[in-house]
Design a protein around this ligand. Structure first.
Ligand code: NAD
Length: 273
């Protein structure tokens, strides 16, 4: 059923936040296909999270899946999730800080609650998870039998870490901040052999941006922004995330990998501007 698994992540444990839908779910499954144990974090849709975890275990490719509920914006819940993971699998090797949301509004109408919610989940959530991961990597120490790195962190950013987004100032600000978080961590913990990178998806077909692909006219509009002329699929991010977590990318740290069908390549200039 699963063709030619690479199993590059055997004996490694990966936490994927926000993994009961969209990109997180695809990343969790991709990690499982490469042999990792996977913690499928969720806050809603427990039945989907459980099914994803079960699917990973059923692959019989070396890893097991478990679902853990935790709100990534809450310190105690993040700490508990890491504790449970260590109890279950011994340690954590890879963090995919993926959970995120939008609360869109014209800026002059944006409430503090809308601003705060997005910053709490998209930025503070990534801080809390990255901090817990780094503490665990340092506690556990090097395992040269499984990886050249002490640990790997992948922040799920967005093309909006560099593309401004009218009507979504809170979201764009949260993703812009991820660049400096990620690069500061790569700089601070490089000497400890921790690799820290981001993935910046373009338009990926998930529930978060349903309005942009639900109708043919919306999809046609969207494709004007994508030189490669197709909307991205969650699995496009899954395969990129797995590669960034393996030793094949061992010299890559402190960088953002744009997975966007060239959306960041000024598509308006395709026909000479
Ligand atoms: P999605 O809505 O399908 O997934 C987001 C997940 O995060 C959901 O499972 C949700 O339950 C979870 N989540 C929200 N708040 C949480 C919290 N407090 N604690 C734990 N989990 C929480 O959307 P998606 O497109 O899969 O988005 C995943 C990530 O990718 C987000 O960070 C998003 O900003 C980013 N992204 C998505 C796109 C895209 O086009 N879909 C583009 C760029 C970046």
């Amino acid at each position: 059923m699963y063709q030619k698994p690479n199993q590059r992540l055997c004996n490694q444990t990966c936490i994927v936040t926000g993994a009961s839908s969209g990109i997180g779910k695809a990343v969790a499954l991709a990690m499982g296909k490469d042999g990792a144990n996977v913690v499928v974090n969720y806050i809603t849709q427990p039945e989907v999270a459980e099914a994803v975890a079960q699917e990973i275990t059923d692959m019989k490719l070396g890893g097991r899946g478990i679902a853990i509920k935790a709100d990534v914006s809450k310190e105690d819940q993040v700490e508990k999730m890491f504790e449970t993971t260590v109890k279950e699998f011994g340690t954590v090797d890879i963090l995919i800080a993926n959970a995120g949301l939008q609360r869109d509004a014209a800026f002059h109408e944006m409430t503090l609650a809308q601003w705060q919610m997005v910053i709490d989940v998209n930025l503070t959530g990534q801080f809390l998870c990255a901090r817990a991961a780094i503490r665990e990597f340092l506690r556990r120490g090097m395992r040269t039998d499984v990886s050249k790195a002490l640990g790997k962190i992948i922040h799920m950013s967005s093309v909006h870490e560099i593309i401004p987004w009218a009507g979504h100032a809170n979201y764009a600000a949260s993703k812009g901040a991820i660049v400096m978080l990620m690069q500061s961590l790569a700089q601070e913990y490089g000497p400890s052999k921790i690799r820290v990178n981001s993935i910046a998806p373009g338009a990926i077909q998930t529930p978060i941006n349903k309005d942009a692909w639900e109708s043919k006219s919306a999809l046609d509009e969207l494709n004007k922004l994508i030189p490669y002329k197709r909307i991205g699929q969650p699995s496009d991010i899954g395969s990129a995330a797995v590669w960034l977590a393996t030793d094949e990318s061992d010299y890559i740290s402190g960088t953002t990998l744009f997975v966007d069908g060239a959306m960041t390549c000024y598509p308006g200039f395709t026909t000479n501007g």
